[in-house]
Write a protein that binds this ligand. Structure first.
Ligand code: C2O
Length: 585
């Protein structure tokens, strides 16, 4: 059968866009989609989806599956699915769940992380909430809040022993994460067994928001308190930059013994893998990298939320700046770092298959989720805050709710956390104006040794630092971004590299400098497929001002490996104008 490329048409104001569904979020604001009204009304982002069969095949498979599971859907539901033309990722088929293996070693990852089989699937209806669940910062949670939290987690843990098949149990909940990111679920549809992967793409925020939503509701129902709210690990504030003390008592149900023993007590979080031993430098690096991933390096919507991933896409086309950045940093920092022995896969937090077994995972992700709300509500930018492609809005996930019902939800129905009945306590945002000071003296690019042209060095392996001369696209005060393409990694390893521009000082452990452009990082996981070739784009506009390069024709891009550089290859590097239809990839 001929294979062909399907492109994910992202945000279109043309009438053929598939936005007629009543499930479209109210927050989509078409008038904000273009910053320049004279530009084209269509903007294409390729989803890199390969299909081996006709477009309808996946839907036929899915209908069979759903009928088999109780036939809740009428044919009309399927036909009126607004994704009939495009192809959003569909909910997995639990009846086909497989094992999670480590591809590198073939070892079974101590995990058969398949969920219990349901007798039917219910389209989830969001209840009307009268009281918001207010999520507190973990280090500021009241005694009463902590007591409830411990009691609820203990109740979840008790289910593991009393009712191991209960989908509300602690391990069952942890396994949801494993199954959605270690190759246990294939994509539904005839796609040569492509992994369903909820990381390293635009599915990241919606999947985890829904996951935590049900987790929080289950905890609340286990202690009979519908107002129960999951604390957030406030690692974006210096006062929250340690392991929250409530997770650090071995007698507490919030404790997990599979953590890096160095990183408890007053040890300062190292979000950036900098390895610095200076606490002040660690705080500065953390704030600087959060500022970069939330503000300075972001020029398009997908830069922040992640690259398009549709039915038939290879896994991991590229995570958003927040996922790649502080999100991955915490996973790395908390997990074990034993090269051999029973925790050699960086358990628990340092590998996707086991991350959900550490209660701090949900507290960490509560803050990751909070950063999404802050980006949408607080960060000032012309960029549209939400993607309106039906391929995004109609991507589906399945979760068990607090009544043990298997429910189907859509990515596009979760953008407003208040509609889901929760919000976050307000705390300071010390990173929000943490722009590094401009360089006092313009760099002499000729001082930078060992530079190579892109043509001579690509594709480049990152076992060592590389310095590449790249032409700018224009002189003057250009609005440009640096694009690193065809990034290929060993998915079973922690990967991290940092990018600097015209960096003659080479103080690589300091990220609070004008030359720092951004980073790429990845949490280990298993994939049975070749990954998509990841791309990241880093906005250079403010950086150009800060290092004074407007009169230059070229820049020197320094790429510094921080973790397993030998397992990363970058295929392409270029500087381009920031696309005007601001949701481009
Ligand atoms: Cu699903 Cu932090 O990972």
């Amino acid at each position: 059968m001929a294979s062909f490329q399907a492109s994910c048409t992202v945000l279109s104001t043309n009438p053929r866009s598939h936005s007629s569904s009543s499930t479209q979020p109210l927050s989509a604001k078409p008038s904000h989609l273009f910053t320049n009204p004279r530009r084209s009304h269509r903007f294409q982002v390729s989803c890199d989806a390969k299909k081996n069969v006709e477009t309808s095949q996946g839907k036929i498979d899915r209908r069979n599956m759903l009928l088999g599971l109780g036939g809740l859907y009428s044919a009309a539901n399927l036909v009126s699915n607004p994704s009939a033309y495009a192809d959003p990722v569909q909910a997995p088929d639990f009846t086909k769940c497989g094992d999670a293996h480590d591809v590198a070693t073939g070892a079974l990852l101590d995990a058969k992380c398949c969920p219990p089989l349901p007798d039917k699937i219910i389209d989830y209806e969001i209840p009307k909430f009268e009281v918001l669940r207010k999520r507190p910062a973990a280090h500021m949670a009241s005694k009463e809040q902590v007591a409830k939290y411990e009691k609820a987690i203990q109740a979840m843990r008790d289910l593991d022993t009393s009712h191991p098949e209960d989908p509300r149990g602690f391990m069952q909940q942890a396994n949801i994460h494993c199954a959605y990111c270690n190759g246990a679920h294939d994509q539904v549809g005839n796609y040569d067994k492509l992994d369903l992967q909820v990381h390293n793409s635009w599915l990241f925020f919606p999947f985890h928001r829904w996951y935590l939503y049900f987790y929080e509701r289950i905890l609340g129902s286990l202690i009979n308190d519908p107002t129960f709210a999951l604390p957030f690990w406030n690692w974006d504030n210096p006062k929250g930059m340690t392991l929250p003390p409530i997770f650090d008592k071995s007698s507490s149900p919030l404790y997990d013994e599979k953590r890096d023993p160095k990183n408890n007590g007053s040890a300062i979080v190292d979000l950036t893998f900098s390895g610095s031993t200076d606490p002040l430098q660690l705080v500065a690096n953390n704030l600087s990298s959060i500022y970069s991933e939330m503000v300075r390096s972001v020029s398009t919507t997908t830069d922040f939320v992640g690259k398009p991933y549709c039915a038939g896409s290879k896994p991991s086309p590229g995570g958003g700046s927040s996922e790649n950045g502080s999100h991955t940093g915490i996973h790395w920092w908390v997990g074990t770092k034993e090269p051999t022995g029973p925790n050699k896969f960086n358990e628990d937090m340092g590998n996707f298959y086991s991350a959900g077994r550490d209660p701090v995972f949900y507290c960490h992700h509560s803050n990751v989720d909070r950063m999404w709300t802050i980006w949408r509500d607080v960060v000032q930018t012309d960029i549209p805050k939400d993607i309106t492609s039906s391929n995004y809005l109609n991507a589906e996930f399945l979760f068990y709710d607090e009544n043990k019902r298997l429910v189907r939800v859509k990515a596009g129905d979760c953008f407003d956390q208040r509609k889901l009945g929760y919000d976050y306590d307000r705390v300071d945002l010390p990173w929000l104006n943490y722009r590094p000071p401009p360089k006092a003296v313009k760099a002499k690019v000729s001082n930078i040794s060992d530079t190579k042209t892109a043509a001579s060095v690509l594709p480049v392996n990152l076992k060592d630092t590389v310095r590449i001369i790249v032409p700018k696209s224009a002189k003057g005060k250009a609005n440009e971004q640096l694009v690193l393409e065809d990034i290929q990694t060993d998915t079973t390893k922690f990967i991290k590299f940092d990018v600097f521009i015209n960096d003659e000082d080479d103080k690589i452990e300091e990220l609070d400098r004008a030359e720092y452009a951004g980073s790429f990082a990845q949490v280990p996981h298993k994939s049975k497929n070749t990954q998509g070739k990841a791309t990241i784009s880093l906005k250079l506009t403010d950086l150009y001002d800060d290092i004074d390069v407007s009169e230059d024709d070229t820049i020197v891009v320094t790429i510094v490996p921080r973790s397993n550089g030998k397992d990363v290859t970058i295929g392409g590097i270029k500087v381009i104008p920031v696309p005007t239809a601001a949701q481009s990839s």
